[in-house]
Each structure stands twice: as structure tokens, then as C-alpha cells.
Ligand binder design. Sequence first.
Ligand SMILES: NC(=O)c1ccc[n+]([C@@H]2O[C@H](COP(=O)([O-])OP(=O)(O)OC[C@H]3O[C@@H](n4cnc5c(N)ncnc54)[C@H](O)[C@@H]3O)[C@@H](O)[C@H]2O)c1
Ligand SMILES: [Fe+2]
Length: 423
Amino acid sequence: MAPSEACRRAGDTVLVDEIEREPDLTVHTGGGCGAPPPSTNPRVSKFHAPEIVFGPDSLKEAAHAALRLGARRPFVVTDPGVFEAGWPVELLGHLREAGLAPRLWTDVTPNPKDHEIEAGYHEYVASGCDVVMGLGGGSVIDAAKGVALLASNGGRILDYEGIDRIAHPIPPLIMMPSTSGTGADVSQFCIVTDTERHTKITIMGRALVPDVSVIDPRLLVTMPEWLNAATGLDALTHGIEAFVSLAHGPLTDHHALQAVSLVNEHLAHTMLRPDDRRARQAMAQAALEAGLAFTNAILGATHAMSHQVGGMLDLPHGVVNGVLLPHVVRFNGVTTPERFVPIAQAMGLAGPGVPGDEAVDMVAAAIRKLGDEVGVPAGLGALGVTEADIPRLAVLTLGDACLTTNPRPADVDQVATLFRAAL
Ligand SMILES: NC(=O)c1ccc[n+]([C@@H]2O[C@H](COP(=O)([O-])OP(=O)(O)OC[C@H]3O[C@@H](n4cnc5c(N)ncnc54)[C@H](O)[C@@H]3O)[C@@H](O)[C@H]2O)c1
Ligand SMILES: [Fe+2]
């Protein structure tokens, strides 16, 4: 996919060619607590977001949202792990109380596969449902988006890879995230595993932004520890990549920094005290803020590389990001060191006057330290990646849409070097 095509977002006016040509006039070093100063960047910004319902016990609001969207037979997508945790049964109760006739579909696995989504689409059509609801982590939410996309557009899910290839409006979408990381409940992305090529493809478009996101932090307490760590690092990666992205802007910067600050302050605490509701709510907010930032500012090299590793080895997305992120921070810090000063401030590492190169080192070291604290392996080797995999992973990375907005261009040799450093 050509870079300018890859960065053109659904209905957007911002092309990557413009982004690269325009000087960034934003001053990034002020703000005592790491908040960015008002932007003087003249670029036009758009901000996509669903209606958001946030707070403990908000799950029941999902039934009201479904009614408002005209549902009679909502198609509820979830997976066996989330079902086991009990949340779908609670949701079905709320839906039935509201007079609705829900249909439950649970055949989704982590890193959702192309054939699973196509099977879900056939179920949806056969059941005569009208609204799609996703209750689960990023995998369930992406599967639900994929089912809705096929419901009104037909064909094979992999045909929609790329930007804005969805021609017909899709059924209403209501998402209820059960992990604190992916931001898929507010994003315009749908990530699907291509089981033939053993990679993950990105479908992107305004049509995929859900109508309503219902974020109930109670759902987070049943996450296993490794998932809490992985999704928290995913949110941190979203915040940092969105903040330094070529497509960042005044409407995304504060969400990105707020996400970084919240993860930094609360993730390790949720590992030590899993039942601390305040910290869980802060992590739910971190995932939301990070999602609002990256769905509008897009991402960078960490995600472009991580998608290839995740697709090849079916690994937890956030764990792969956590391993790669410090390496990509050092790589990007060479060309945009000043963007890491507010990030270092948001992590409580430095004051506003710190030189950019020092901020880059501090941020990279702090991410690695947080990874150690929450139990993320030090290298990709421990996750099963080998030296022999690197050439293929590097080539695939160059085709990933997320690389287009990375602040430093990377060729295949530089990506391979990054993979080797992270091994
Ligand atoms: N669409 C987007 O914008 C976007 C953004 C980032 C990541 N993603 C995608 O999201 C996926 C990763 O999602 P994830 O990290 O949220 O995990 P996940 O959805 O893959 O879930 C992992 C496992 O945890 C279980 N689980 C989830 N929530 C639980 C809970 N509350 N209690 C008990 N078990 C629970 C699930 O059953 C599953 O077995 C990847 O495929 C990634 O590519 C999508
Ligand atoms: Fe992610």
C-alpha cells in the first residue's frame, strides 16, 4: 500500500504527504505537569469518537443503548474466557429485562482469525439480528466489527484490508471492553489474522467507530494478571505512539499524555492490588484516553512490527508491544527528541527543561522497568521469535499502515536492526 494511501483516513482531509510537508509549529516543551501547550499548528484536525458511557455498573446501560439504536434482536459477540468470567450472562439479563431477544455467539479466539469472523457473519445472517454488541477484549471487539462489516457489505473479510474500503453503512455497534488496553471500543480499526499469510491485517475506516462504548471498570477484575500487564502496556504504547505520530494534533495530544500518565501511575498498582477499584477505574480511563488519541493520530513502528509478530506466533498483542516499545522510542528519539520531553514529564521523570535526548533515554528506560515490574519478558526470543524470522518480519512490517505515521521513516534494514535489538 502506498504511504499516502495508507494514511488517508476514512472521510479525512489529512494525507500523509501533507503531514510530512507541513512544519509542526507546536511548541512542546512547556506545561508544568506534562500537558501540551495550545497548538499553533495550522493543519485541519478531525476527531472521531463514539458516545461513551463510563463508570462502575454501567454495563446495564448497554441495554438502553441497544434500545435507542433500534435493536430487537442484538447479536452479542464474546469469547469462552469472558463467558467463563460471567459478564455475558449479566449482560443477557439486562437485555432481556429491556424486552430484547439477544443471540449469543462465542466462537472467537485471541488475535481473531479471518474464518472465525466469516463464521460469525453467517450466524448473524441466519439469526435475523439487527445490532452487533461486543463484550470482551480487543479480539472480541474486532471480531464484532468484522461481523458487522460483512453483514452489510458481503465478501471476504480480508478484502477490506486498508483504508476506507467499506462501501455500505454497517449495523449499529455497541462495545463493552473487558480489558484495559486496546481502545478498540472507540477506534476506527479492526485487526484480523490472515491465517494463510500468518500475519495480521488492518482494516480502517470511520464506519468502524462504534456507536456506543460502555466502559464498566468492574469487568477488569476478572482479567488474569498477564492480561492486565499486557493490555496496560498496549495502552501505554498507544499513548506514546499517538503523541509522536506524524498525524498527532491539538485534539489528540492531551489524551495521549493523560493515558501515559495514568498507566505509569496505576498499572503496577493493579498488579499488586487487583481489587483496588480506584486503580482499575484509572486503567479503564487510560485505555479510553489512549484509544481516543490513537484512533485519530494513528500509531507507529511498534504496532507495525508487533502486528507481524502477533500474526506469526499468535502472541498477546500488548506483551509484544511492551518488548518492542523501548527500542522504537530510542529509534524515533534520534529525529524527534523534543516530543519525548512532555512524555517524560507525564511519567514524572523530568521537568520541562530536560534536554530531548535525555528525555528519550529516561522514557525508554522507564518503559523497560515497568515491563520488568509487570512481568514482560526482556526480549522477543523468550516469546519464540528467532533470528531466521527477522527478514520476513521486516518485509511485512513495511506494508503495515501504522508505519506510515511513525515520526522517523524506516527502511527494511532499519526495521530488521530494530527486531534484532529487541530479540
Ligand atoms: N481494533 C483496535 O483498535 C485494536 C487496538 C489494539 C489491539 N487490538 C487487537 O486486540 C487484540 C488483543 O485484545 P486484548 O489484549 O484486549 O485481549 P483478547 O481480547 O485477545 O483476550 C485475551 C484473553 O483474555 C480473556 N479475557 C478478556 N477479558 C477478560 C476478563 N475481563 N476476564 C477474564 N478473561 C478475560 C479472553 O477470553 C481471551 O482468552 C489483538 O488481536 C490486537 O491486535 C485492536
Ligand atoms: Fe495496540
